[in-house]
Structures are given as C-alpha cells and as structure tokens.
Design a binder for this molecule. Structure first.
Ligand code: BTN
Length: 266
C-alpha cells in the first residue's frame, strides 16, 4: 500500500508511545520544522509528523533534502528523553540502527550505516537522519528525530550528480515497496531501540551499530571542526563518538565530523 493515511499507519501498529498520535500532511515545509513547532507548543513524546511531500526538506549542514511527493518517507518523531544534552549523540546512533533494521526487515537489502547520519546501500545514500534538539541549560527539553528514506523514488529524472551518490529501495530492488509497512516497522524499531537507550545501558545498540557499520577496521579521514584526523576505526563509544586508533597505538574519540574512507596500500 502506497497511500499514507493515519488509519493505515495505525492499523496493527505495535507500539506503546511512538506513533500513538500521528500528524499527517499532504505537504509541509519540513516535517522537522513542524515537529519542532508542535513540540514548542507542548506535543508529547512519541508524537510523529509525516508528510507526503516536503517543500523545504532539510539535510545536514544546511543542505536541502530531495523530497518529491508520493514516493518517499519524511518522518519526524518527538522524543523527550530525561537526559543531559552532552548525552544526546547516542540518539542519532540508536535512530540509525532502528532505520537500518526497518529497511532490512522490509526489503531484505543490507543497509550500511556511515557514521553518524547516513544509511547506504551499495555505497549510495538511501536514507539520512537529521536530529534537532531544544535544551534548557544542560537538560534536553525535546529531540526531533528526522528520518528521510528514499523508498520508491526513481532516479531517472534527477541529475547525474545525484544519481552517482544516491539510491532508493526501489532502485535496488526493482519493484515498489509499501511506504505504510515500512513506516510502521520504522516506528516499532525506533520504539524498541529507544527503550534500550533509556535503560542507560547502550551496549546492545552499540553492538548492532557495529554490525551495520561499514567502518569498523577501516582506515578513515575525518574532518572535524577544521581539523583533519586520520586513523583506523575501532568502534563506537557509549556516548556515540567514533573511536579511532593511531598507528602508535593511541586512541582518539571524535564526537562530530564528516568521514571518508581511505584507500589501503597493498
Ligand atoms: C541528511 O542526510 O542530510 C539528513 C536528511 C534528513 C531528511 C529528513 S526528511 C524528514 C525530516 N524533515 C526534514 O526536513 N529533514 C528530515
């Protein structure tokens, strides 16, 4: 089923909190912006904003997110975790794991997580995460978990530049999949991983992240706050930082940045 309706999304949805209230729009500026507005107005944890079409879909670093109507998923989930702002990076990690599991569960494809926000299939971007947060002093008031998945988009009409770096589940599978079923699975997976996150013992999330990650053991170059850092990825720390090891055996934690894999010398 490809038409999004609150009824079809809620039918047999196995969650307690996430998606109990769904705000569905034909068209919006951005689901993240709308979720932020309603969270400021008191919307509760688990309320979800979905749009069929975004006019100003937001990507990371101020980039636009391609958001044509009728084909993809644009979802923003309001969370109100009782945590300090410095512990919020792990929310991106848990959202990446939940999104990877939902895509794999519905399509059978094997997505890979590229730290921190990208999901790739066959080295092309199929989904992205944009988390926005409001804090009072050091305490998180709410987090908007923004998830965009290229589901049934065909890439024939987009520029060659985008086609070389992006894909959709349809492009990889050769047939359409149900946006409703994928959305339901996504909400269920987010609820499961978020519950684990709230226990304060993130090990199961970190281990799953490592399984979905493309990066453990790889030599990478990171650009983080005007610094270029090279190292081999050891894994992910309990606060969501990437752990890199240097040839001299020392270790480095990187909390934010853009990462690219380096060619290994034979
Ligand atoms: C990225 O990889 O740059 C992040 C893309 C995030 C896109 C999603 S679509 C739903 C939500 N609303 C937005 O405006 N952006 C996020």
């Amino acid at each position: 089923m490809n038409t999004l309706s609150p009824r079809s999304i809620k039918a047999n949805l196995k969650t307690r909190t996430i998606g109990k209230k769904i705000h569905l729009f034909g068209q919006l500026d951005s689901t993240n912006s709308e979720a932020y507005r309603i969270a400021l107005g008191g919307a509760e944890e688990g309320e979800v904003v979905v749009a069929d079409h975004q006019l100003r879909g937001k990507g990371r670093l101020g980039r636009p997110w391609l958001s044509p109507p009728g084909v993809n998923l644009y979802v923003s989930i309001i969370l109100r975790p009782p945590i300090a702002a410095r512990n919020a990076s792990l929310i991106t990690i848990m959202a990446a794991v939940a999104t990877a599991k939902a895509m794999k569960g519905i399509s059978g494809l094997q997505p890979r997580i590229k730290w921190p926000n990208d999901l790739l299939i066959n080295n092309k971007k199929v989904a992205g995460l944009l988390n926005e947060m409001k804090c009072t002093e050091d305490k998180v008031e709410f987090v908007i978990l923004g998830i965009g998945i290229n589901v049934n988009m065909t890439l024939t009409t987009v520029s060659e530049e985008i086609r070389s770096i992006a894909t959709s589940l349809r492009e990889e599978l050769g047939y359409d999949i149900s946006r409703v079923e994928l959305l339901k699975t996504l909400l269920q997976e987010v609820e499961g991983e978020y519950r684990t996150f709230l226990t304060g013992e993130p090990e199961p999330i970190l281990r799953q992240w490592e399984q979905f990650s493309q990066m453990v053991g790889k030599l990478v170059e990171m650009r983080s706050f005007h610094e270029v850092i090279r190292g081999r990825v050891k894994g992910i720390d309990s606060d969501g930082s990437l752990l890199l090891s240097n040839p001299d055996g020392s270790e480095r934690r990187v909390i934010a940045g853009d990462v690219s894999q380096l060619e290994e010398l034979p």
